[in-house]
Design a protein around this ligand. Structure first.
Ligand SMILES: Cc1cc2nc3c(=O)[nH]c(=O)nc-3n(C[C@H](O)[C@H](O)[C@H](O)COP(=O)(O)OP(=O)(O)OC[C@H]3O[C@@H](n4cnc5c(N)ncnc54)[C@H](O)[C@@H]3O)c2cc1C
Length: 481
């Protein structure tokens, strides 16, 4: 049995960043970080990672106080990135430092349906409200943009202060910093957790047993496995699901052709299409998003094909000749209400940091600082509404609004897939059919809780629709909102 001041289950960006900030407070802390080094299914490894905040805004963001709260945390995270990287790069040889590649272009084309236009307008509105720098540019001025004519952008915005970083390099560098302290990395996943007498005992897949005086659950989507083993608190914590996403890194045929992030607004239950510069010779292409009940490591052919076709048609035709360097499948940790789980639980010495969904990498310096503060017992710099034990937070007013939204997103998705309806069957009729479908899903679920479209797709586009409906019918009976 190995004993630690702090045991962390998970080794993604949030786990490592929190450990790093805990050591800032007390460099003698004895910390165990648990998780296989291959990080299969890790969200952080599959991410772009766009450091976007205004670029992430949708037409819902400004209408809801919890979404606005999250946006304000994101805006602050945006300001924290440069000092955060300075801290991580400190003492690191220049060639290994992690850089923030500044600049994001948000393009508007007609492929994502009218949803794209609404979200594009909302981005401009948010920039104005929060006085963030934004410039309108001609799409032809976006370096590297070379779409097919029928997919050309009609408008574009430039966000000079929003960019991207390389998450693999970030993780490597934080790990190197941690290795200089009393930190043990267990290259094995955990499977069993017991919490007794205010401390936690964790059994690993390689049969090693670890105790932690304090425990942080930060295993992304996989965190639910451990929450389920804490029966006193599990029923009070919104369930964690997995936003399964595929992304690719490919060669850039003309060196340094695409120099910044080029993205659409958030789209149809996903994070929007984005292509960004990983290095002069490499591009990242992201990303699909399909919510599943549990994490997946499988890469689907159809989704992979769709992702590449979108990038070739809408961003740069030359990607057709690029070489694939790697594919990744990651699981965005997302709760049923889409808000994160951050902070102390009612079990003494048990903390959670998960559920950061599609902008968790960007927000990582903020959440890691918050959790390091509460774990250490110091006053956090900010407070928030996303504690682990909480009621579900509705973003929409009622289920009718939810049905309208999901139909809107469904249509946008079908347009991106180039749906062509015969003239005798106009879009309104098709939308009517979809509305009935989602009304029936709500009836089967027997809940009034208004879910966002991304989550509603769990009951429509997943391989296990029937099982999901059965599970969540019981779930919603017990969970208040
Ligand atoms: C395709 C894609 C694109 C994205 N793009 C962006 C973006 O551009 N910008 C942005 O801000 N965010 C983005 N995100 C979201 C972001 O990646 C996440 O919000 C964030 O990285 C979550 O970090 P994490 O540490 O909680 O989870 P993870 O990175 O998933 O880390 C969890 C870790 O736990 C480990 N683990 C699993 N099981 C166990 C176990 N049993 N025991 C111990 N450890 C275990 C896993 O191997 C993994 O390494 C994207 C996500 C995806 C999937």
């Amino acid at each position: 049995m190995h004993n630690y001041d702090i045991a962390i289950i998970g080794n993604g960006v949030l786990a490592l960043s929190t450990a790093f900030l805990l050591l800032d407070k007390d460099s003698n802390l004895k910390i165990a970080i648990i998780g296989k080094e291959t990080r299969e299914g890790s969200s952080s490894y599959a991410a772009g990672a766009m450091i976007n905040y205004i670029g992430e805004v949708t037409s819902s963001t400004l209408k809801n106080k919890f979404l606005r709260e999250k946006l304000e945390i994101s805006i602050q995270a945006g300001k924290n990135w440069k000092p955060w990287l300075e801290k991580i790069n400190n003492d690191t040889p220049l060639e290994n430092q992690v850089r923030l590649n500044d600049g994001t272009f948000v393009i508007l084309n007609s492929l994502g349906g009218s949803l794209d236009s609404d979200n594009y307008d909302a981005i401009q509105q948010a920039a104005q409200i929060y006085q963030e720098e934004i410039q309108e540019v001609h799409p032809k001025e976006v370096p590297g943009m070379n779409p097919i004519d029928s997919c050309r952008a009609i408008k574009a915005l430039f966000l000079p202060n929003e960019g991207s970083i390389n998450p693999v390099a970030l993780i490597k560098n934080i790990k190197a910093k941690l290795a200089k302290h009393n930190v043990t990395f267990y290259d094995s996943n955990a499977h069993m957790l017991k919490h007794q007498n205010n401390s936690s005992t964790i059994t690993l897949d390689n049969n090693e047993v670890i105790t932690g005086q304090k425990l942080l659950l930060a295993a992304g989507s996989f965190t639910q496995i451990f929450i389920n083993q804490l029966p006193d608190i599990a029923p009070k914590i919104p369930i964690l699901l997995a936003g399964v996403g595929i992304s690719a890194v490919v060669s850039q045929t003309k060196p340094d052709n695409i120099q910044h992030v080029i993205r659409t607004p958030n789209r149809s239950g996903a994070c929007g299409l984005h292509v960004l510069k990983r290095s002069e010779s490499e591009l990242y292409i992201g990303a699909t998003n399909n919510i599943a009940f549990s994490p997946s490591k499988k890469q689907k052919v159809g989704l992979s094909q769709f992702l590449l076709k979108c990038a070739i048609d809408q961003i740069d035709q030359d990607i057709y000749n690029s070489e694939i360097i790697n594919w990744r499948v990651g699981n965005r940790p997302v709760t049923i209400d889409s808000f994160p789980l951050v902070g102390k639980t009612s079990l003494e010495n048990v903390f959670i940091l998960a559920g950061t969904y599609r902008d968790g990498l960007h927000q990582s310096p903020m959440w890691a600082q918050y959790v390091a503060d509460v774990m250490y017992g110091s006053k956090p710099e900010f407070e928030h509404s996303f504690k682990p034990e909480r009621k579900l937070i509705p973003v929409l007013n009622n289920k009718e609004e939810s049905i309208n939204e999901v139909v809107n997103h469904y249509m946008a998705g079908l347009h991106e897939h180039r749906m062509v309806l015969p003239s005798l069957f106009p879009e309104k009729n098709f939308e009517g059919l979809l509305k009935n479908k989602f009304k029936s899903i709500y009836e089967q679920l027997s809940t009034e809780f208004p879910m966002i479209p991304d989550i509603m797709f769990l009951f429509e586009l997943s391989e296990n629709n029937d099982d999901n409906i059965k599970f969540f019918r019981e779930y919603f009976k017990k969970m208040s909102y």
